[in-house]
Every structure is written in structure tokens, then in C-alpha cells.
Design a protein around this ligand. Structure first.
Ligand code: NDP
Ligand code: 2IT
Length: 443
């Protein structure tokens, strides 16, 4: 039995109730087989067994009181997965679906994503099963303060630096930062995605969505195509989706769809992003409101964005939102490129359909790395106690995404695969981490 198969078997035995973690690990490990065949040192040093076991997993109680004086208890998580190449770095997710397996899959992906950015950041992820929907500002603050009252003892500007993810944006990072500072009496870059008046970086809000489009544009360019004039479907209407749509439009593409967890909108003239920003960022409402701004548009309850014929599909909502049937329909309708703004939005089956169908497919760990890359730039600016202009951060982001595109393309070709960016991203992300682990000894 091969090294990869043995490690995967063991992983499934040890983590039977973590399907998302098993899915993420399967995709990465299967890609890495040619690397182990070519270099026995990785197996001799037990690199894989060590890589799939988080360095540290924290679970804790988060008690808070709602506006009616009722006490609630949520479960908090921080998985410090790998510090091989830098301090643990990765977001915090607040969503009722959060459990240890979800946080582990996200933390595992983060290791390779962070490596691909070329910046010195390790992999981690955290969050809670707290549901922010329908909560007042005061309830959100109470939760964030309670969450940080435990988390603060585990994190630090050179140890572990959390940021946003689903359900965590500028408001939540602000409350958490305030509580960290109050408890520790230290003003330091312990979180990224901070407001620009207290240590945040310009362009962090836009970074994941903009980065996704920079990578998509480069991937198309390298294959002789131009994004201008292309039709595009986007799922989600949160931070990643909104700024993906903004940059897609700026590059001359037409965005036809967006969605939230209850339904989706179709606007044949192109999504009105000002309306979506007003609904989602300002009013915190559902997408059902969109039709009031654009009466000719369509709202559909449930799922359906992948049925719309487009050239480019950008899943930007959540894991496993795009299945085999969706992939088949997209391919049948002539879709030529898929780039994942979300983490693991395509199922393993859907991914195989895209690769076999000749679709240019950029996996999340490469395509959405712009967010964490600008987080790392926020850390640099924080350490230097200065701030760069929007244009400077944006230019660095673009360069990082172009570099990622080159790395994943080169690694794919090096192992004899043409345009297989799944294999390319996994191998390129892995090599740097594994080589650091070889140098650092058995730890
Ligand atoms: P937000 O909370 O801002 O937005 C999430 C969006 O996805 C909302 O439209 C939400 O709808 C929808 N959504 C969430 N869960 C589900 C679900 N179970 N089913 C259907 N729709 C759902 O999060 P982000 O935009 O920050 O994150 C989106 C994705 O991008 C995630 O996979 C995240 O891990 C990934 N990502 C985020 C980065 C960042 O910098 N923020 C960086 C890299 C990746 P509703 O409002 O109805 O819940
Ligand atoms: O999935 C991700 O890369 C993020 N949610 C962003 C992490 C970060 O540290 O900025």
C-alpha cells in the first residue's frame, strides 16, 4: 500500500465524524503521490502523518447573554494546524454549521494556501457555532467579547493571528480587538481585518474578491483568452462575492447572478452592485430586497445559480455548494473557467468533472489566497507601524496572485499534467511547508 493510501486510511479511522476534513485531506494527499515517488525523504521523516495532525486544537465554552437576559452557550474553536513556515494564520467563522471537522478542513487548506502566497504564515482556523443572523449589535458584541475572553490566551502577533471568514467582518474584528487590548493591555497586530483607523490595511476588505479576479484574469490570459465581455455567475453575496463582482465588472465582465442561503438573483443586464452593497453591507437584509431596486430582475428561492449559462463560474459562498450535477450543467452550457472564491465549494466529484471536461479550474487554496495575503501585508504594516496606500497594497496583491498562477501552472507541468491546477496548487503549496519541516526536525 502506498504512503498516501496508508496515511489516508489512518486519517479516516482517527476522524470518522469529520467528512469535510477527510474530503480536503483526500484531495491534497492524492495530488502529492508523485512527489513522494520522486523523493523518499518526506516519507522517512513522517511528513504526511505530522501534517494531517494539528499541532494544537482548542475547544472552549462561550457563554453570553441575549437582549432579554437569557444566557446562551456556544462552542468556540481554534485549530492551530501548522507553524512550519510562520505563525498560525487564518480566519474565524461564525455559523451554526461550525464543528471541529469544518474548522479542521479549513485549517488544513489554509496551510497550503498560506504557503502559496509566498509570505511567512502558518495555517490555522477558528470560529464558533454561534449564529449571527438576527442578533442585535449588542448581542454580537457580547458574543465577541466572551469569545475573546478565552481566545486571547492562545493568540498573539507572533503566535497566532486570526481574521474574518463567514459571519466575521470588520464589526466583529473590531469588538474582538477591543476586548483583546483591554485584557492584555497590548496594542498589537493580533488580528487582521481591523478598521483602518486602528491598524488595519487598506484593500483588505476587497482583497479576496479582487485577488480571485486577478488570478482568473491571469489564468485566462495564459490560455489566450480575455475576460472582457465574458458572462459570469457568482454565488454568495458576502465579502468575497461582493468584491469579486466589483472587480469582474471593472475588468469588463458581466455578472448575472448572486445568492444567499435562502435564494438567488438573476439580472440579465448585470448585477447592480450598489444595490447589493446597500442590502447586505449596510442594511444586513436578505437578497429578496434586490427586486425593489431592480424591478426587471428575477428572484428565485433555493439553489440555482449554476443553471445559468455563463463563461465563468465563481462560487463564493461555502463548502460543497457546487456538486456533480451543477458541474455537468455548467460544462454543457459552455463554461470555460471556474475559480473558487469560497473554501472547497466544489465537491470532489464536481472537481473531477471540471478537470476531465477541460475547464480551467482554479481551486480555492490558490484562487482565494488574496485575502490572507493582504492580511499578511497588514501584519507587515503593523510591525513597521506605517500604512501603505490602497494602490500600493492592491499592486502587491495583484503581483502575488500572478505569482500564484505561475507557481500552480509550473508545478502542474513539472509533474506532467497540463493545466491541472489542483495538483499544481497542492504540490507547490506542500513543497515549501514540507521542506521547512525537514529542516526543523521531528516536532
Ligand atoms: P460572508 O459571511 O461575508 O458571506 C457568506 C455568503 O455565503 C453569504 O451570502 C451567505 O448567505 C452565503 N452562505 C454562507 N453559508 C451558506 C450556506 N450554508 N448555504 C448557502 N449560502 C451560504 O463570508 P465571506 O464572503 O467572507 O466567505 C465566503 C467564502 O469565502 C467562505 O467559504 C470563506 O471561507 C471563503 N473565504 C473568505 C475569505 C475572506 O477574506 N473573508 C478569504 C478566503 C476565503 P447568508 O448571508 O444567507 O448566510
Ligand atoms: O479562508 C481564508 O483565507 C480567510 N478567511 C482569510 C484568512 C486571513 O487570515 O485573512
Amino acid at each position: 500500500m502506498s504512503y498516501v493510501s496508508r496515511t489516508l486510511d489512518e486519517l479516516v479511522k482517527k476522524n470518522p465524524h469529520e467528512p469535510e476534513f477527510i474530503q480536503a485531506a483526500t484531495e491534497v494527499l492524492e495530488s502529492l503521490a508523485p512527489v513522494f515517488d520522486a523523493d523518499p525523504r518526506y516519507e522517512e521523516a513522517g511528513i504526511l502523518e505530522r501534517l494531517v495532525e494539528p499541532e494544537r486544537q482548542l475547544m472552549f465554552r462561550v457563554p453570553w447573554m441575549d437582549d432579554n437576559g437569557k444566557v446562551h452557550v456556544n462552542r468556540g474553536y481554534r485549530v492551530e494546524f501548522s507553524s512550519a513556515i510562520g505563525p498560525y494564520k487564518g480566519g474565524l467563522r461564525l455559523h451554526p454549521s461550525v464543528n471541529l471537522g469544518i474548522i479542521k478542513f479549513l485549517g488544513f487548506e489554509q496551510i497550503f494556501k498560506n504557503s502559496l502566497t509566498g509570505l511567512p504564515i502558518g495555517g490555522g482556523k477558528g470560529g464558533s457555532d454561534f449564529d449571527p443572523k438576527g442578533k442585535s449589535d449588542r448581542e454580537i458584541m457580547a458574543f465577541c467579547q466572551s469569545f475573546m475572553t478565552e481566545l486571547y490566551r492562545h493568540i498573539g502577533a507572533s503566535t497566532d493571528v486570526p481574521a474574518g471568514d463567514i459571519g466575521v467582518g470588520g464589526r466583529e474584528i473590531g469588538y474582538m480587538f477591543g476586548q483583546y487590548k483591554r485584557i492584555t493591555n497590548r496594542f498589537e497586530g493580533v488580528l487582521t481585518g481591523k478598521g483602518i483607523t486602528f491598524g488595519g490595511s487598506l484593500a483588505r476588505t476587497e482583497a479576496t474578491g479582487y485577488g480571485l479576479l486577478y488570478l482568473t484574469q491571469e489564468m485566462l490570459r495564459r490560455n489566450g483568452r480575455d475576460i472582457r465581455g465574458m458572462k459570469c455567475s457568482i454565488s454568495g453575496s458576502g465579502n468575497v462575492a461582493i468584491y469579486a463582482a466589483e472587480k469582474a465588472q471593472a475588468l469588463g465582465a458581466k455578472v448575472l447572478t448572486m445568492s444567499d442561503s435562502t435564494g438567488w438573483i438573476y439580472d440579465k443586464d448585470g448585477i447592480d452592485l450598489q444595490a447589493v452593497k446597500q442590502i447586505k453591507e449596510v442594511n444586513r437584509q436578505r437578497l429578496t430586497e434586490y427586486i425593489k431596486y431592480r424591478p426587471h430582475s428575477e428572484y428565485h428561492a433555493g439553489k440555482g445559480v449554476w443553471n445559468v449559462p455563463v463563461d465563468i463560474a465563481l462560487p463564493c459562498a461555502t463548502q460543497n455548494e457546487l456538486g456533480a450535477e451543477d458541474a455537468k450543467i455548467l460544462i454543457k452550457n459552455g463554461c470555460i473557467a471556474v475559480a473558487e472564491g469560497a473554501n472547497m465549494p466544489s465537491t470532489l466529484e464536481a472537481t473531477h468533472f471540471f478537470l476531465d471536461g477541460g475547464v480551467l479550474f482554479a481551486p480555492g487554496k490558490a484562487a482565494n489566497a488574496g485575502g490572507v495575503a493582504v492580511s499578511a501585508l497588514e501584519m507587515s504594516q503593523g510591525s513597521m507601524r506605517l500604512s501603505w496606500s490602497f494602490e500600493e497594497v492592491d499592486a502587491r496583491l495583484k503581483q502575488i496572485m500572478v505569482n500564484i498562477c505561475e507557481q500552480i501552472s509550473d508545478a502542474s507541468e513539472q509533474y506532467g499534467f497540463h493545466n491541472n491546477f489542483v495538483i499544481g496548487a497542492n504540490i507547490a503549496g506542500f513543497r515549501k511547508v514540507a521542506d521547512a519541516m525537514l529542516s526543523e526536525g521531528v516536532i
